[in-house]
Design a protein around this ligand. Structure first.
Ligand SMILES: NC(=O)c1ccc[n+]([C@@H]2O[C@H](COP(=O)([O-])OP(=O)(O)OC[C@H]3O[C@@H](n4cnc5c(N)ncnc54)[C@H](O)[C@@H]3O)[C@@H](O)[C@H]2O)c1
Length: 522
């Protein structure tokens, strides 16, 4: 991957006050980069501390000076690292100058930002309400500009630095997100052409991901044929027949056996190449092989790229219920090459779009607006929605890896969706299609009738089913719903959504209403 490392594009740290830009600069300096703080340079130029200049001349005058100085600094920053003041991105000249570089948004929550900014008596951190408004105004600008988004965390920039430098050599449309949860953290690269950059998906097989060892690929057989060159360099390739019917204990045993016969050791790693089925199956095999080896996820379906490859849920189905056997096993890295979606059949792309729609309903805001306004579905149209969907998922998982609480929001549409899949022997509907039907049921149970009508229109527009396959019996679905809810002694209720962005979990719903919501899907 060293060959991928561009010497030219600088790492530019942007973010709100208190986001940790100075610490990120220290990390860059520690790695041998020339690292510059734009605010320090500005203070030299202004001949006064920024706070003092602000108070004396006002924000307008300060921004003018900033917009005059920072583009020059960015011009000279090539090959190094530079941190910008929180408001610098409001200048058009500065935004234009950022285009040549790798822009790293250090994302911070309001509480942490306020604490840190207060300590340093920042001029714009004297009134809490104004501070919050300003953060809300700036976040969309940071997001728009960012090539990489890192959560605030003391040493995240230190550990992320090799990945940020790799990003500098990847196609400019690439994005780096950071999955972090109690049991570990990992880079998630998303962008067109990432698999083609080197055999085995850029860094997957190489030291840059910090894995060492040898890659053992577990690949969807169809994907292995279509994207064969991505497998070059692997120690072994285990092909898995496509489809949900491969997500079984029997197939897991076969894969584990093949890995053992190929000589995989504890210091080697699994590379999962394919959709959610292979991701879940290979992830599970990695979790249990010699009690656990790392797994790199290379998702090639939309379901995989927006959802299943991240968050560490791995497992297989049993005839009684879906995903009933599994393990939490966070990936060592995810590399989502959005170019691979071009070979994905239209039905699978549509099924994956349901996960985008679901995430839009959970998050509300721009993601929902983006999802609802897709007129005609293709890899190009969904491209811009992938990273924002992943950002939502990673944020939820960071808070609640093991689904003790908030992570359950991600199951919107899944209680009924999984039940439809299980009741049909995993044979009648794709996972995403079943989730789409589950969304319709969940929205009816939420009393969100207008929203349900809109989601039904969206599903229909993209050729997705709005009715359950006639051969899947309602009683069987209801029985599967009950099993799904009884994963714990107290049972798990429904996830409901009153409006986009407003989701509640653990909601008890009367059985008759569930039946009615299912009958309506006939
Ligand atoms: N672990 C999680 O958090 C999580 C989240 C969501 C879904 N899932 C699981 O994911 C599974 C569904 O995943 P899926 O929808 O990706 O299905 P899938 O893995 O079965 O893939 C769908 C089809 O697309 C083909 N395919 C894959 N990539 C291709 C490409 N680039 N070009 C051409 N064909 C390609 C496959 O051969 C397959 O036939 C379900 O089992 C579901 O439970 C898991």
């Amino acid at each position: 991957v060293a060959a991928l490392e561009a010497k030219d594009r600088a790492l530019v740290f942007i973010g709100f006050m208190g986001a940790g830009k100075s610490r990120a600069l220290r990390a860059a300096r520690g790695a041998g980069l020339v690292a510059l703080d734009a605010d320090d340079e500005l203070e030299r130029e202004l001949g006064a501390p920024i706070g003092e200049y602000f108070d004396r001349h006002g924000e307008g005058e300060f921004r003018c000076r900033e917009a005059a100085v920072v583009p020059g600094l960015l011009d000279r920053a090539h090959g190094g690292a530079i941190a910008l003041g929180g408001g610098a991105v409001t200048s058009e000249a500065i935004r234009a100058a950022l285009a040549e570089h790798v822009v790293v948004w250090l994302r911070v929550d309001v509480e942490t930002a306020w604490e840190r900014a207060r300590r340093h008596d920042r001029p714009l951190a004297r009134d809490r309400a104004m501070f919050e408004t300003l953060l809300a105004e700036r976040e969309p600008i940071y997001r728009e500009l960012a090539d990489a988004i890192l959560p605030s965390g003391d040493d995240v920039p230190v550990r992320a630095l090799p990945h940020l430098r790799s990003l500098a050599g990847m196609p400019p449309e690439s994005t780096l997100l950071w999955g972090a949860s109690e049991s570990g953290e990992y880079p998630a690269y998303i962008g067109p052409g990432l698999l083609g950059l080197s055999p085995l998906g850029a860094a997957a097989a190489h030291g840059d991901i910090g894995l060492g060892g040898r890659p053992f690929v577990v690949a969807d057989a169809t994907v292995a044929t279509l994207h064969g060159p991505a497998l070059e360099g692997a120690e072994a390739v285990v092909r898995v027949p496509p489809g949900e019917s491969s997500k079984t204990l029997t197939e897991a045993e076969r894969v584990l056996g093949e890995l053992a016969r190929a000589g995989m050791r504890r210091d080697d790693h699994v590379v999962a190449l394919g959709g959610g089925v292979v991701g879940d199956l290979a992830g599970f095999c990695a979790a249990v092989y010699q009690r656990g080896v790392p797994v790199v996820q290379l998702p090639t379906t939309l379901v995989g790229q927006v959802d299943s490859a991240y968050g560490g849920k791995t497992g297989v189905d049993i005839p009684e219920a879906k995903n009933y056997v599994g393990a939490y096993h966070q990936p060592a890295a995810v590399i989502a090459d959005t170019e691979t979606l071009r070979t994905l059949p239209a039905e699978d792309l549509a099924a994956g779009f349901v996960e985008v729609l679901k995430t839009g309903l959970i998050a509300g805001g721009d993601l929902w607006e983006g999802a609802r306004s897709v007129e005609s579905l293709d890899a190009h149209a969904v491209g811009p929605l992938i990273a924002p969907s992943v950002e939502v998922k990673l944020e939820v998982v960071a808070e609640d890896e093991r689904e003790a609480g908030r992570r359950a929001v991600l199951n919107l549409g899944h209680t009924v969706g999984h039940a439809i899949e299980a009741a049909s022997g995993y044979a009648r509907h794709r996972h995403g299609e079943a989730v789409g039907l589950g969304l319709l049921a969940a929205l009816r149970l939420s009393g969100a009738d207008d929203l349900r009508a809109e989601v039904e229109d969206i599903l229909a527009r993209h050729g997705l089913p709005t009715g359950i396959h006639p051969e899947v019996a309602t009683d069987e679905i209801l029985a599967a719903v009950e099993r799904d809810k009884k994963r714990t002694a107290e049972g798990v209720g429904f996830v409901l959504c009153a409006r986009p962005g407003e989701v509640t979990t653990g909601q008890a719903v009367d059985g008759a209403r569930v039946r009615a919501a299912l009958e309506e899907l006939r």
